[in-house]
Design a protein around this ligand. Structure first.
Ligand SMILES: Cc1cc2nc3c(=O)[nH]c(=O)nc-3n(C[C@H](O)[C@H](O)[C@H](O)COP(=O)(O)OP(=O)(O)OC[C@H]3O[C@@H](n4cnc5c(N)ncnc54)[C@H](O)[C@@H]3O)c2cc1C
Length: 337
């Protein structure tokens, strides 16, 4: 069997939190590996809403998700970590006699590490779908679950289905380029930010509550949609070229239970050191739960720093827990700029 290299720390999940953890591990001079199931870095920022502005990351009055991802990647790559993409980890176990962790991917690749930080976010991204004829057939041909490229909506009629942040934000984000936007939601209670809702109801978006999608029309591409009032059953036909189904994502975290991790509210339970119930395995970001947890990028960054500094101390108990101030360091490998 090939002798696998042993890393000081392996970070599983290359979303914003995993990327920041990777930077921090480099800063702490740890031999670092970063793994992600996707073929690109950035997690939700890149996969789900690259073209949306984020307003609540410290130091940036506003920044496009894709630009934040790009900055995080540049920061994380300074210390030249080993990066493995298209590598979904399906098994985590401890080799007790060697005191190291063995991570196995779906493809059967093995990764060995003295410590592990799990930044799995919401797990693999599986959008919630609707069981309506032809929706699946027209996926990518007018049916969308995420918006990757705003420009395709220019001067088009769009139907958005959903009542969460994602649906409301997309309605507001596309308003300036779309010809017309209708947003339908099956209830009159939205799960979106108050400020976004205020903007939505002051916008030109045609908001229809108690409406649901019944049928989609079109052979090669979406041409229309039939929606219905779920109180009366009354149907309305809308001429639309695009339908965005913003119905949330299903998190499949079942496999984590098999890793022996303690789960709390469909997330990994951690203590104030971001330590899981398995010594040497830490977690941070959307995947964790603890009293007072907020699922935000800004809080995830702090959790990443705590997780990595504790992992450093676990791997090398003689090391200081506190990293000191980065402004006092002379970075070794940072290229110009
Ligand atoms: C539309 C939308 C708008 C948002 N707006 C904001 C905002 O304005 N402000 C804010 O703070 N937050 C916002 N969020 C939430 C924010 O994006 C998340 O809190 C953040 O992405 C969490 O980062 P993370 O690194 O923990 O996880 P993620 O970004 O989810 O990244 C996790 C990574 O782990 C990988 N992964 C999962 N399982 C495995 C596995 N088994 N093996 C290998 N890799 C794996 C995934 O592929 C993914 O790349 C928004 C979210 C959405 C959907």
């Amino acid at each position: 069997m090939k002798k696998e290299e042993i890393f000081d720390i392996t970070i599983v999940g290359a979303g914003p939190v995993g990327l920041y953890a990777t930077y921090y591990a480099g800063l702490r001079d740890m031999k670092t590996k970063l793994i992600d199931a996707l073929s690109y870095l950035g997690g939700q920022l890149t996969a789900l809403y690259p073209e949306k502005f984020i307003y609540d990351v410290a130091g940036f009055p506003k920044i496009l998700a894709k630009d934040l991802a790009e900055n995080l990647i540049a920061q994380a790559m300074q210390y030249e970590p080993t990066v493995c993409l298209d590598e979904k980890i399906v098994k985590l176990e401890k080799i007790e006699e060697e005191n190291i962790f063995k991570l196995t991917s779906e493809k059967g690749d093995i990764h060995l590490s003295k410590s592990v930080v799990l930044t799995l976010g919401i797990g693999a991204f599986v959008p919630r779908k609707l069981d309506i004829p032809d929706v699946q057939k027209l996926e990518g041909r007018g049916i969308h679950y995420i918006v990757k490229d705003k420009s395709i909506f220019k001067d088009k009629n769009i139907l958005i289905v959903g009542g969460g942040d994602s649906a409301v934000d997309w309605a507001l984000n596309l308003e300036d380029i779309a010809k017309n936007i209708t947003l339908i939601h099956r209830r009159d209670v939205f799960k979106a930010h108050e400020d976004s809702l205020k903007k939505l109801f002051n916008s030109d978006v045609n908001v229809k509550t108690f409406y649901e999608l019944k049928r989609v029309h079109g052979d090669e591409h979406i041409e229309g949609a039939t929606i219905f009032d779920n109180r009366t059953g009354e149907e309305t036909y809308l001429e639309v070229e695009h339908i965005i189904l913003s119905l949330g994502f299903l998190a499949n975290l079942e496999f984590i239970k098999e890793w022996g991790l303690e789960i709390d509210k469909n997330a990994i339970k951690v203590n104030s050191k971001m330590e899981t119930n398995i010594p040497g395995v830490y977690a941070a970001g959307d995947i964790v739960n603890y009293p007072g947890k907020l699922k935000l990028i800004s809080t995830g960054f702090g959790e990443a720093a705590i997780a990595v500094n504790n992992a450093k101390n676990y791997v090398d108990p003689t090391s200081k827990f506190s990293p000191g101030h980065s402004s006092d360091f002379v970075p070794k490998k940072i290229k110009s700029g």
